[in-house]
Design a protein around this ligand. Structure first.
Ligand SMILES: Cc1cc2nc3c(=O)[nH]c(=O)nc-3n(C[C@H](O)[C@H](O)[C@H](O)COP(=O)(O)OP(=O)(O)OC[C@H]3O[C@@H](n4cnc5c(N)ncnc54)[C@H](O)[C@@H]3O)c2cc1C
Length: 403
């Protein structure tokens, strides 16, 4: 028997737990892994749950490098997991924030159009949104837009009142707290390095904080490793190319708007989405602290790095000047960057989330969550619920939808 130690400096719980088995192991303490841990701890109070996280704290990767938008669910192909889990996740997330005092605000969003083609795009988006169950959308005329945002330029817009912003850090802190309250062990500085499957169990090898190698036997293994979820799947001996699990990291940079100009904006403002849907177009996000962030842009990368290229300010300015005519190039300052774990290869059509119980591969009890890009933050609670349903229904295969 060895010692699995949670010794992250930042958590108030210093737990020492001698164990070599757990009922459930979750890999990754991003917003999705934490939501899964909190959900499973609530549903299965007698089962032992361990979260393995390679970083010293939760949410050090994509979950703290995003726009923090609670999306309405307008864009995604009807019946896709993205559409369904976004619409359900938005409702669950607002309820959660209100119950657990997580700061959030329904700023409302305007998707603006300035050309005939863009107006036509709005009309089809409106239909798609309604098909997805987003029933509060309104088509605004130029005058209606001007009443809400006098300084922006738009001939028409879709108004989405339920789009908002959540404080992602506070959300993750609350999810971690809820999980730990129910005796989930959040093992920071523990990296899953190997996975073997034996009968109906998985043996997860991991590297602990002192660089010691150990292993943990589990009945259920949830892979919510974000940008490394394809690598973690490969540790299970899944051929990720054959399975369609290979991720294509796609970077998104942000620029800040000066505080004087930020005051002139009170909604989230989006252009009509890019045709290839790599992202939602460089948009304007009003943050909870009053700041306005522009971005993210979208470009594929070979190596993960979070620097922001100041030269991209030009591209940002070119993209927003039409609908934000009061912004000058010098108002833009480089901010942060995030990386999308995309299943969609460059030039390929958009791809749905993968949430899959791998029983048909003989990996009973293994659930892979892969390609959890946007709207993964919005959908964290509905994704967690889906994982809980799979476990509750035993080890039956679940339907996976691909686009
Ligand atoms: C630029 C950008 C903007 C976005 N904007 C929005 C938005 O406005 N609204 C929205 O709904 N969504 C948005 N998203 C998507 C959202 O951020 C993600 O869907 C969500 O954060 C994914 O959470 P996660 O827990 O799956 O992944 P992550 O946050 O990446 O967490 C995965 C964790 O797994 C850990 N890990 C990996 N490998 C191992 C291992 N071997 N052992 C142990 N731990 C491991 C990592 O350290 C990491 O902490 C955006 C994403 C990007 C990139």
């Amino acid at each position: 028997m060895y010692k699995l130690t949670n010794n992250a400096q930042t958590t108030t719980h210093i737990i020492s737990w001698n164990m070599d088995t757990a009922d459930i192991v979750v890999i990754g303490a991003g917003v999705v892994g934490l939501a899964v841990a909190a959900e499973l701890a609530g549903r299965f109070p007698t089962r032992s749950i361990v979260v393995l996280e390679r970083n010293a704290k939760f949410g050090q990767e994509t979950s703290s490098r995003n726009s923090e938008v609670i999306h309405a669910g307008i864009y995604y192909p009807p019946k896709s997991l993205k559409a369904r889990l976004c619409v359900e996740g938005k409702r669950l997330l607002y309820e959660f924030c209100s119950k657990w005092q997580v700061p959030c605000k329904r700023f409302g969003k305007l998707i603006v159009a300035n050309t005939r083609t863009e107006v036509a795009t709005l009309e089809s988006l409106l239909i798609r949104g309604k098909e997805n169950g987003v029933d509060d959308l309104q088509l605004f005329s130029r005058t209606q837009v001007a009443c809400r945002e006098p300084d922006i330029q738009a001939e028409a817009a879709i108004y989405s009142p339920s789009t908002g912003i959540v404080d992602t850090h506070r959300l993750m802190a609350r999810l971690e707290w809820l999980a730990q309250e129910k005796k989930v062990l959040c093992a920071y500085l523990h990296e899953a390095t190997g996975i073997e499957h034996q009968g109906n169990s998985s043996i997860v090898q991991y590297l602990g904080p002192g660089k010691e190698h150990n292993s943990l036997k589990t009945t259920w293994l949830i892979n919510s490793a974000g940008l490394a979820s394809d690598h973690v799947a490969s540790l299970m001996d899944i051929d990720i190319d054959q399975a369609g699990y290979r991720l294509h990291p796609c970077k998104g940079e942000y620029f800040n708007l000066s505080s004087a100009k930020s005051k002139r904006i009170s909604h989230l403002i989006y252009p009509p989405p890019y045709k290839d849907l790599r992202g939602l177009g460089i948009h304007v996000t009003k943050m909870l602290d009053g700041r306005v962030k522009l971005g993210p842009n979208a470009f594929y990368i070979d190596e993960l790095d979070y620097t922001v290229d100041v030269l991209h300010a030009e591209e940002f300015y070119a993209n927003i000047k039409e609908y934000l005519p009061f912004v000058e190039p010098h108002d833009l300052q480089p901010d942060t960057a995030g990386i999308r774990p995309k299943l969609q290869a460059p030039g390929a059509p958009i791809h749905d989330f993968i949430v899959r119980h791998e029983s048909e591969r003989g990996l009973h009890g293994v659930i892979n969550l892969i390609g959890i890009e946007s709207p993964g933050l919005t959908a964290c609670l509905s994704l967690a619920k889906m994982v809980g349903d799979i476990i509750e229904q035993g080890k039956q295969e679940k339907v996976v939808r691909y686009l």
